[in-house]
Design a protein around this ligand. Structure first.
Ligand SMILES: Nc1ncnc2c1ncn2[C@@H]1O[C@H](COP(=O)(O)OP(=O)(O)OP(=O)(O)O)[C@@H](O)[C@H]1O
Ligand SMILES: [Mg+2]
Ligand SMILES: [Zn+2]
Length: 279
């Protein structure tokens, strides 16, 4: 009987041969469809000439064996795909820690440090299988909560982590407009590597039963699976618990290592500042 190692090796060779044949076929196809420049010379449309957009290429190892090497462009392409599927708009992709002014009230500064620390230690949190691996920035309107969580999301995506963005009001409007997508969307929010819910429980009135039910399905799934959430809300944990204790207490536990509540003071509202820099 073949050992597992032997079988794996044979499988690897088979895989390499398959990829090589595929790469040759694609290369032939591409060269036959390459554009012709005005001067008559050919230019191909590869974004990465090194791997001909295969994200890897066949090469030989030191001992002469044919190996598949991953190209440097693969990471950037993954981030590009992750940004596209994250629902993060181009404007939000500009938000970063560098563009966040530190000339702010102490509560906002704590939120900044908390967010920075979270971004820095995210990899370790996941590796250590820490269950309480979320972050919540709560309180004062216009104080930079969304900006800071976006800075984290952008940082994570650039490092290859999948983040899905769900803005409370717009997200539910979209679902209401197309209820046939409900199951698919909720599953996506449950299973994303990281879920960022912006402005949880926003609105002058109570959240609807429908919103509570869907949010519970999402939060409870992630709670049981130990999957990270990022939450921004004008509400405090207590206020969230008043709306729904099952949801509020789970969010509170999941984010207990990274929660900042920014006091409700108008001086912390960046939108009202005369010296604000608008990007
Ligand atoms: N310290 C800061 N430096 C630079 N820009 C900031 C800062 N704080 C907030 N902003 C900018 O001010 C605007 C409002 O901030 P943001 O949307 O992040 O606030 P928020 O706390 O999420 O508000 P809301 O509770 O209304 O959702 C954004 O354009 C954001 O980029
Ligand atoms: Mg916000
Ligand atoms: Zn490449």
């Amino acid at each position: 009987m073949k050992s597992i190692k032997q079988a794996t090796k044979e499988f690897d060779m088979e895989e390499i041969r398959r990829r090589a044949a595929e790469a040759r076929k694609k290369a032939r196809l591409r060269s036959s469809t390459s554009d012709t420049k005005r001067d008559g010379s050919h230019q191909n449309s590869y974004r990465c000439p090194k791997c001909k957009d295969e994200e890897g290429f066949l090469t030989r190892s030191e001992d002469g064996a044919e190996i598949w090497r991953i190209c440097d462009c693969k990471g950037a392409r993954r981030s590009e795909r992750l940004f596209k599927s994250s629902s993060i708009t181009e404007k939000f992709q500009q938000k970063s820690f560098n563009s966040f002014s530190l000339n702010v009230d102490p509560g906002v500064l704590s939120a900044y440090h908390c967010a920075k620390e979270y971004a820095k230690t995210f990899g370790d949190l996941i590796k250590s299988k820490e269950k309480n691996n979320g972050i919540a920035l709560l309180g004062q309107v216009g104080s930079g909560k969304t900006h800071l969580l976006m800075a984290i999301a952008n940082h994570l995506i650039r490092h290859g982590v999948q983040v899905v963005y769900f803005p409370w009001v717009e997200g539910f409007n979209e679902i209401k407009d197309n209820l046939s997508l409900l199951d698919e969307r909720i599953q996506q929010l449950q299973k994303a590597e990281v879920l960022y819910i912006d402005d949880v429980f926003k609105g002058r009135s109570r959240p609807t039963e429908f919103q509570i039910e869907q949010l519970f399905a999402i939060v409870n799934y992630r709670y049981l699976e130990g999957k990270p959430i990022m939450i921004s809300s004008e509400k405090t944990m207590n206020e969230m618990c008043e709306f729904d204790q099952a949801i509020g207490s789970r969010i509170s536990e999941m984010c207990e290592n990274f929660t900042v509540v920014i006091d409700r003071e108008m001086t912390s509202n960046y939108r009202l500042r005369k010296d604000k820099v608008v990007l």
